[in-house]
Design a protein around this ligand. Sequence first.
Ligand code: H2U
Length: 350
Amino acid sequence: MAVDYRTHPHRRYNPLTEEWVLCSPQRTRRPWQGQVEETPPETRPAYDPHCYLCPGNERAGGVRNPDYTSTFVFDNDFPALLPGSGAEEDHGVDEGGLMVARPTTGRCRVICFSPRHDLSLPLLPVTAIREVVETWAHEVEELGARPEIGYVQIFDNKGEMMGCSNPHPHGQIWATRDLPTIPGRKLTSQRKYFASHGTDLLGDYLALELRLGERLVCANAHWAALVPFWAVWPFETLLVPRRPVGDLPSLLPEERDALAAIIKELTTRYDNLFRVSFPYSMGWHGKPTDGDPHPYWRLHAVYYPPLLRSATVRKFMVGYEMTAEPQRDITPEEAAARLREVPARHYREG
Ligand code: H2U
């Protein structure tokens, strides 16, 4: 008897991370009656004299921000990594493979998306998001060109729920000597796929999704945003360029324009889902900056929002997820349909 994946428990495989997710759609077979709880509209001033990140203000470390008018990037005052000091030449610890430690180095930067304290990415004009895209690309190019940097991770924690420490819209850049775990897994999987198929994993996956259409959220001439077949978070999405391109600096001007437009649309759809500034952690996965061309690597961004039913009901990655493997109820197909159904115009700009 064929299994109906819309109603029957099953596991899905993530070929990028080589992990499985348990999908239990039978738990949501009841009609969607969960209250959509309204949260009070966030009213923040355009400028907050007490904000560490606003133009002209003094940061926690004592340095004063310039009166910036576009994006603004600075070295994190409390960095998780430090530049080389010579100590990293130490060979580290290895107790028979049971206790292994190695020194590491890197740089941490913070990027303020705009001078406006009150405008999150979906509320910024596309022209301002385009400047964020330009800044991301510039940072990857500049940091990645340094011989001591092997990987540049761009990420953004949006909203208090994701541990964001300051409401002023901002993201982070951690540039490391070593390749971190998740990009490392993606390197292995993409390289293996390319070796056996002669084509790139994400390019083939994107072609399949564009043909099937059921997990697509939105697309334009250069990009597609979709809920991946193997999504773990309820409204997780993957943003992929149509052209095989390995990193942000390699994007053409028209691809950067289209990226700004699709980021505006995707994050607007997120906000419109529960009429709230939708929290998420997102990150870019570009090819490592170790000098190898990595021809099998396709640039992509991942969005991991925690919300499940409303502005206040979130998905917790706890018991089974922590001890066995990730689990979800709502199917990726249903999540994509709901993101497609909401307007592409922001409820606060309506
Ligand atoms: P999160 O909101 O994702 O925590 O990022 C904010 C970062 O900004 C955080 O890493 C840094 C913190 O160290 N920061 C500064 O470097 N200087 C400040 O004055 C405030 C925050």
